[in-house]
Design a protein around this ligand. Sequence first.
Ligand SMILES: Nc1ncnc2c1ncn2[C@@H]1O[C@H](COP(=O)(O)OP(=O)(O)OP(=O)(O)O)[C@@H](O)[C@H]1O
Ligand SMILES: [Mg+2]
Length: 250
Amino acid sequence: MRKIAFTNQKGGVGKTTSTINTGAGLSKLGYRVLLIDMDPQANLTYSLKTHSDKLNKNIYHVLKGTSEVSDIVIKHDEFDILPASIELSGADMELVNEPARENLLKDALREVEGSYDFVLLDCPPNLGLLTLNAFTASDELIIVLQSEYLALHGLSKLMDLIKIVQKRLNPDLKVEGIVCTLYDKRKNLNREVVGHIRDYFGKKVFDTVIRDNIALAEAPSHHKTIFEYDGDSYGAKDYMMLAKEIRNGY
Ligand SMILES: Nc1ncnc2c1ncn2[C@@H]1O[C@H](COP(=O)(O)OP(=O)(O)OP(=O)(O)O)[C@@H](O)[C@H]1O
Ligand SMILES: [Mg+2]
């Protein structure tokens, strides 16, 4: 079971889109996939066909210890989902006195150990306790970068946090790769930025670049993955390629 968190404290770079559609790609490749929404915005949860009556129990209650993972899991055609809700927004404060508060998710996931081939975690756009829980529960991180100016800005803070987690909480955590998103090949700047990212991170950067593709932006409003919404789109092609690269490992 590989546990992979999609992260970047910068907002709107494509973390949620990548978590959903990489998960859908891996599912199409025949793997058992679980998606975990760790963001109080709950974009992943609401982008998919999730039943609102089940959402009164969500990952917040699992972290608090009042629900089991099996109480909150939602079955989707392509994967299972552990949903989030706005209640998570208080988690940083509420869980501050909890013993081993960075380990809450990791401990909860023992229940599903072996039930999935891939667990993909969608992180919020900050480096707070929820991100820390995601990093502690994961074996691998995928850093999502938008192919725009300032893509690398603020990344040293993320790298510092990864080093601290590796040292104190999760020595096995590794950066599996870097994925560039929202790429428009007509824009010189996008090409330059991706070149710069490749110079900087070398082989860590996935060969697959996720192109700017309107279908990827439209699919969530139809509560569909890109493969359900438009299987012939660039978005579907790119996320299938990324899923294959991840499957093949580094
Ligand atoms: N490759 C793409 N092409 C076109 N639109 C995209 C692409 N990737 C993401 N988007 C759109 O860009 C917006 C931001 O994407 P997304 O929600 O995945 O980012 P995020 O990093 O999860 O944001 P947040 O930090 O707020 O959680 C969304 O409206 C999404 O539909
Ligand atoms: Mg998101």
